[in-house]
Each structure stands twice: as C-alpha cells, then as structure tokens.
Design a protein around this ligand. Structure first.
Ligand SMILES: NC(=O)c1ccc[n+]([C@@H]2O[C@H](COP(=O)([O-])OP(=O)(O)OC[C@H]3O[C@@H](n4cnc5c(N)ncnc54)[C@H](OP(=O)(O)O)[C@@H]3O)[C@@H](O)[C@H]2O)c1
Length: 273
C-alpha cells in the first residue's frame, strides 16, 4: 500500500506574507517517497529551496520536483531539484552537498536526513543475516554520520542553520525483530546529541525526529495483516501515522522559532510509546 499512489496536495501560500524559510536551501535525503517526501513538500511550502535526494528511483524524485516547481516556484528559477546519491558513500554525499550549493547559488541552511532502510524479514538477532545488519548500519548510521559531518562543515555558521535526523521510536520501543534497526537509530541519537554540543558558537542546532509506525513503503514491506493491526492497536489514536503527521514538526524545528529545541530526540508517534 504505497503512499505514492495518492495525489500530492501542495499547499498554496499567501503571496503577501513572508514565508518562514524563504529561499533557505535545504537538503532532504531520501525524499523521493515516504516521510522524506512529505518533509520536502512541507519545507518547500514554507519557502525553502529543496534538494530531493534519492538512491535508486529517479522517476519518483523527478515527478516530485516537477510538482513542487509547478505549484510553488515564484520565479523562472526552480525551487526544487533532484540529486541521486547514496548516503552511505562519502564521495556521493560530498557531491550531493556540492550540487545543493551550486544549484541555488546560496549557502546551505537546512539538512534533513530521512534516508533509511529496514530489513523486511524482521528476523530475531539469532536468525538475522550479517549482510542485512551491515546494510542497516551502512545506510542508517554511517549515512547519518556522513551527512551530519558534511552538514556541520557546510551549513552557514551564525545564521540559524538546522540539522535534523530521522531516527525512530523503535529505539525506545525495542520490539523483537528490530534489533539492528533500533540499534542503528539509537546510535544516530547519541551522535546527534553530541553534534549539537560540538556546534556551540555556530547557532546551528541538531536534533532527531523519531516517528512511530508511519504508513509508508518501509512500514508495509514484509508485514503481515496481523503485524499491521498490532501496530494500529498499540496506538492510543487507533491508526497508523502518516508522513504528513511528521512533516510539520520538522518544519517547526527548521524555522527560527525552533531554535531553543537543540540536542533533543523529539518522538512523534501519537502516543505509541
Ligand atoms: N515508516 C515508518 O514507520 C518509520 C518509523 C520511524 C522512523 N522512520 C524513518 O523515517 C525515514 C523515512 O522512512 P520512510 O518510511 O519514509 O521510508 P521509505 O518509504 O522506504 O523511503 C525511503 C527513502 O530513502 C531513500 N533511500 C534509501 N536508501 C538510501 C540511500 N542509501 N541513500 C539515499 N537515499 C536512500 C529512498 O530512495 P530510493 O527509493 O531511490 O532508494 C526513499 O526516498 C527513515 O530514516 C526511517 O528509518 C520510518
């Protein structure tokens, strides 16, 4: 049940009011679909110029870029571009940041790291494969590390820049079958809390946003009807989250008003845990 099949609704903006993220350059990794896509649309609706990063599916990324540029761009220059790049590869991460800087001819302001993977076998640690463990840590942890490292170097200092990493409520829910995934996200939470302190004096904040179960390809992949219903029943709000339930929080953290939230893990899960 992919969320991508639904029509994209891009909110129109009131032309006379200044937008909170007007012309601020944002990279959103893993934004061709799912939560990253909703975040990219939301940041663009707040005025940001967004880089839609993906790893394999250029069709979805290009489609989103067209939709954002047609709905929101107020000039002939694009408000969104698509850049392919594997976040676990240091050179590709550097190229992604280079592309963001040159496309909009402005310094980078916001990094949202949403790229992530989850092993859909939901194996116990005893039965899990080492390859899947390595892949999980490679994309989720090494990828977040490389993006944070590049973001800390390149985001404009003194200007209220933002680093936001998507982790997971699973890092505290700790359900069987999610060993490598939960550990890969817990590592990112430690990394980002330290990064926030290391960025003292730059006015750049660093936070994690940790969703609970959200109806995306990642959530549905490999799950039985019973597993899906269990996740719904565990929610006090009796439903799965949607990518649009997560995006406004990221928009707030990215805005000037979000400055005082720094070095935190903000769980956005409808009360799941
Ligand atoms: N869905 C949930 O229930 C849930 C809950 C908590 C946290 N999260 C976290 O939220 C984030 C987004 O999850 P989602 O559910 O939206 O996932 P999703 O629907 O599977 O989308 C994943 C996105 O990441 C990209 N991606 C995957 N590997 C990549 C790589 N190596 N380099 C660059 N991009 C890569 C994909 O691009 P391609 O298609 O081109 O590969 C796609 O755009 C993830 O970090 C996830 O761990 C999700």
């Amino acid at each position: 049940m992919a969320t991508e099949t639904k029509p994209v609704i891009i909110p129109q903006t009131n032309q006379s009011l200044p937008l909170p993220l007007q012309d601020r350059v944002a990279i959103v990794t893993g934004s061709s679909r799912g939560i990253g896509k909703a975040i990219a649309i939301h940041l663009a609706s707040l005025g940001a110029k967004v880089v839609i990063n993906y790893n394999s599916n250029s069709t979805l990324a290009d489609l989103l870029v067209t939709q954002i540029n047609q709905s929101l761009s107020k000039s002939n220059s694009p408000q969104a571009i698509a850049v392919k790049g594997d976040v676990s590869d240091a050179n590709q991460v550097k190229s992604l940041f280079d592309a963001a800087e040159s496309a909009f001819n402005a310094p980078l302001y916001i990094l949202v790291n949403a790229a992530g993977v989850l092993d859909p076998s939901y194996s116990t640690i005893e039965n899990s494969s080492l390859d899947e463990f390595d892949k999980t840590f490679s994309v989720n942890t090494r990828g977040a590390y490389l993006c944070c490292k590049e973001g800390a170097k390149r985001i404009k200092k003194g200007g209220g820049g933002r680093i936001i990493c998507l982790t997971s409520s699973m890092a505290v829910a700790l359900r069987p079958g999610f060993g490598a995934y939960a550990a890969s996200k817990a590592a990112v939470e430690a990394l980002v809390k330290i990064l926030a302190k290391e960025l003292k004096g730059t006015r750049i904040t660093a936070n994690c946003v940790a969703p609970g179960p959200i109806a995306t390809d990642m959530f549905y992949d490999g799950k039985t009807e019973e597993m899906i219903n269990k996740a719904i029943n565990e929610s006090p709000l009796d439903r799965l989250g949607l990518p649009e339930d997560v995006a406004p929080l990221v928009g707030f953290l990215a805005s000037d008003g979000g400055e005082w939230v720094n070095g935190q893990v903000v769980r956005v899960n409808g009360g799941y845990i």
